[in-house]
Structure formats: structure tokens, C-alpha cells
Design a protein around this ligand. Structure first.
Ligand SMILES: N[C@@H](CCC(=O)N[C@@H](CS)C(=O)NCC(=O)O)C(=O)O
Length: 291
């Protein structure tokens, strides 16, 4: 039985929204069908020159499923948004290729096809999808036989909201890991600790966000927690104090094959090098923080 903490009945009852349905703005029908997505020119690399094709990890339970499209995940080695997509594809057992870009020196083919100049992108044949949450939902849509979202619309909305919450934590982490300013560091550290305490109240008995079933929320938080595997080796930021469920969830995600396989073995070294390049205050926090 799936111990889902946020079943519809457990959602906080809320007052009806101020607008009645009839007062909502009528909306035009969605303009783009899949076929109307902007087709893009293929990247300059041929298939064979694409960076290591990363097959989904073999230990992931789902057998490989051939799908009708060729998928290429345009990646950056440390990017947590890329990781969430890699995790979802692996959970689904969908084969995909990966190509890596250097975001400090973006190649022209990448800026041509990335409207925001950001990773990840998912190339689907000659089409490109950007924004990681949208990509995850697309992958969910094309493989409904192994759902990572609940069916109920309200429960789905709740999951999407916690995915967005995860992105807010990532914004705080981006500040924490790049700042050279102790006061900014403390502000970000405190913001993350507050969010984890809020998360603690949203979690059920685990092991995952929604009980036994791995979901899109888990795919978002695996990369969030991974940062702290490296940070913890430098300093105790204290953000995991008094949040036992979050700690158990973190431990469960760390063991999940799809989460493990979403980055290369050199991830810790790459992250440490990134912190050094940024002259991150986190690196000196170790000397000043109580052990
Ligand atoms: N909202 C975006 C965020 C993606 C993002 O911030 N990607 C970062 C790398 S982790 C990036 O590409 N940064 C390069 C830049 O902003 O120039 C998503 O969910 O896909």
C-alpha cells in the first residue's frame, strides 16, 4: 500500500478562490501541438560524436523501453536541473544520449536552440524542449505506464508545487555555494534550514516523498541533497538538524540507482573545483564553524 502523505483528503482545506470559474479569463486553445514546436537544425555533432551516451543504469528496475523518438539530454556536469531529467528518464527506463556543454563558454549551436541559454534541454528528434520541470512532465506524458505522478489532479498539483519548492531550495543553494560574503551565506543557510523544516512537515513515513513509490518530487530532491554530500565534507552547515524525516528521505534518495547514476564519478571533485573557482565562503566556513 502506498503511504502517500499528501492524499487529497490530507490536503489542507482552503477557502474557495475569490474568482468564480465564470470570472476566469477565457483562454485561447493551446497554440502548439507537438508538431508545431519549433523544429531546430540538428547540432553540429553527428550522433557518433555526441558525448558519452549514458545508458540508464542497469540496476534501475525498469527494463529499457524503446520509444519512437531519439532523445538527447543537453547537459552540464554539475547542473541539478539536468540531473532531475536524467533521473526521470532512468526511472522510466527510456534510453537517451547525453551531450555536455560548457556553460562558461556556450557554443553557438547551444545558444541557438536554448531560449534561456540554460541547461537542460531535451532534444526530441528535431525538436527542443527547455525548462527541466516541463521536460520531466513531457517524459511523464510519453510513458504513462510507469507513472511518477499521481492521477488525481489535486494530488498532481500538490506534487508540482513541491517540485517548485525544490527549485526554490536550489536557488538558495546557488547563493550559498557561490557567495564570498559571510552575511549572504548566513542568509542562504538559514533559508535552506527553514525550507527543510517546512519540508519535514510535508513528509510521510517514507522512504520517499510519497511513501513507497518514487515520484517526480524525489527526482527533484535527489540532486538537492547531493550537494550536501560534498558540503558536509567541508563544513557542517547545520541545515539538517532536527529534521529526521528529511534525513531519512535524503538517505533513501542517495541509494536510489537512478539518482546515483545521474552524475559522473567525478562529481565531488568537479563541485569542489567549482567552489574553489568561486572563492566560496563555504570553503572557509569549515575553519570558523564549530566542529
Ligand atoms: N528553470 C531552469 C533552470 C536551469 C538552470 O538554471 N540551469 C543553469 C545550470 S544548472 C544554467 O544553464 N545556467 C547558465 C546561465 O544561466 O547562463 C530549469 O528548470 O531548467
Amino acid at each position: 500500500m502506498n503511504r502517500t502523505p499528501q492524499s487529497v483528503t490530507s490536503l489542507q482545506p482552503v477557502a474557495p478562490p475569490p474568482e468564480s470559474v465564470t470570472s476566469l479569463q477565457p483562454v485561447a486553445p493551446p497554440p502548439q501541438s507537438v508538431t508545431s514546436l519549433q523544429p531546430v537544425a540538428p547540432p553540429p555533432e553527428s550522433v557518433t560524436s555526441l558525448q558519452p551516451v549514458t545508458p540508464p543504469p542497469q540496476s534501475v528496475a525498469q527494463p529499457l523501453r524503446p520509444i519512437a523518438h531519439r532523445l538527447v539530454l543537453v547537459s552540464e556536469h554539475l547542473c541539478p536541473y539536468v540531473q532531475r531529467v536524467a533521473i526521470v528518464l532512468a526511472e522510466k527506463g527510456i534510453p537517451f544520449e547525453r551531450v555536455f556543454v560548457d556553460l562558461s563558454n556556450k557554443p553557438a549551436w547551444f545558444t541557438d536552440i536554448s531560449p534561456l541559454g540554460k541547461t537542460p534541454l531535451l532534444r526530441v528528434d528535431d525538436h527542443v524542449i527547455f525548462e527541466s520541470a516541463v521536460i520531466c512532465e513531457y517524459v511523464e506524458d510519453i510513458s504513462p505506464e510507469h507513472p511518477l505522478h499521481p492521477r488525481d489532479p489535486l494530488a498532481r498539483a500538490n506534487r508540482r508545487a513541491w517540485m517548485a519548492f525544490g527549485s526554490e531550495v536550489l536557488n538558495d543553494i546557488a547563493g550559498l555555494e557561490t557567495t564570498t560574503d559571510p552575511s549572504v551565506f548566513e542568509r542562504k543557510r538559514s533559508a535552506i534550514a527553514t525550507k527543510f523544516r517546512r519540508m519535514e512537515r510535508a513528509l510521510g513515513p517514507g522512504p520517499y516523498f510519497a511513501g513507497d513509490d518514487f515520484s517526480l518530487v524525489d527526482a527533484v530532491f535527489g540532486p538537492v541533497f547531493r550537494y550536501f554530500d560534498v558540503f558536509d565534507s567541508i563544513a557542517d552547515t547545520g541545515v539538517f538538524r532536527e529534521v529526521p524525516r528529511v534525513n531519512e528521505w535524503r538517505a533513501a534518495l542517495k541509494e536510489r540507482p537512478s539518482v546515483r547514476a545521474a552524475v559522473g564519478a567525478d562529481y565531488p571533485e568537479r563541485l569542489r573545483a567549482f567552489l574553489a573557482r568561486k572563492n566560496a565562503y563555504l570553503l572557509s566556513y569549515s575553519a570558523e564553524s564549530p566542529s
